[in-house]
Design a protein around this ligand. Sequence first.
Ligand code: GLY
Length: 392
Amino acid sequence: VALKSCNFTMSQGWDWVADDYSSYLNPWGFDPRDVKVPAVIWQGGLDKNVPIQHGTWLSKNMPNARLELREEESHLGIFVNYEKEIMESAGVPTAQSFTCESKDEIERALDFFGAPYVVKNDGLAAGKGVVVTNEREIAFKHALDCGKVVIEEYLDGPEISLFGISDGFTIRGMEPAQDFKRVFDDDQGANTGGMGAYSPLPWAPTEIIKQTEAEVLLPTIKELARREIPFVGLLYAGLALTSRGLRVIEFNARFGDPESEVLLPRLKTPLAHLLLAAATGKLAEHPPLEWSSDSAVTVVLASEGYPQQPVTGREITGITERTDTYIFHAGTTSNSGRLLSSGGRVLAVTGIGANLERARSHCYEALAKITLAGSHYRKDIALKASINEKGA
Ligand code: GLY
């Protein structure tokens, strides 16, 4: 429900970025960049009103825009509890869960589900808010540290990431990818922001994109539109393919990393056209997404000490140009012509090839030439999938 709304007219012939609107909107006493103020800017002058997100170009093609303050804003990708509520209203399959705030509630929830325990911080935690463990003591301690916490049933089956691009009313699913969150081979060691990914997934059900669109992505954006907070942008669904069917593990409201480093090189549809269609409410008219049949494997080169205490400021050498490889810079900086590490995850090296095995070889050949003292990377990204692919 809109609390306030106002109309304003764009100056003919001027282009503005929505983020620059603060001074323009000051007469109404708020700034849409202020996350504490839920607001939707609707563009007018088209055949239907569609929401405009921060950073969208507003141009003379949108002569009449309307800005509304709202009672509710989307917390997808931020509050687990909010996501659960949206999923419940939308009928989206997810793990059964309890939101707990007291010691007593935490103990009851842990005992209700038993091991393995899944404990999620209810808020943004930069990928470090989830603990999955067989140790009740560890689960209990993490839950107490979080304050408000969501404790949920453990989902069996492989996990995949599937992104949808939404204009608020129509959503297009992208191909699925799988990422590797643990720091060491064989999924050992601490949880990280992601140590590697691959796509396509030869073992995934062929209907997975359609199924995810129908069971997860579309119902979710419809529910948000019904609440008058239409979602424009990238809806990241983390899914488990369980023995009882598809289940949502989490949502994020952004491109995922390192999944994007394997998806974007495979996307043949121009990304800019797709994003423009999403930003201007024209996704329904946009042709189906086209994908390369090539495989892509990305491996993250991490600094010594990552994820606990990454050592930065060391020189990186050996990056060469190859037609079968992309190097994405994540934690690098340049200093007097030298390339230095500046973060925990330093580079994502993506190999492209006719199948996963070739894509892996290209990726690992390029990685082997790169030097960064003390760095480490996983050697088993997409290994099992590439072996099984040959047997398929
Ligand atoms: N790959 C996990 C994430 O982007 O959150």
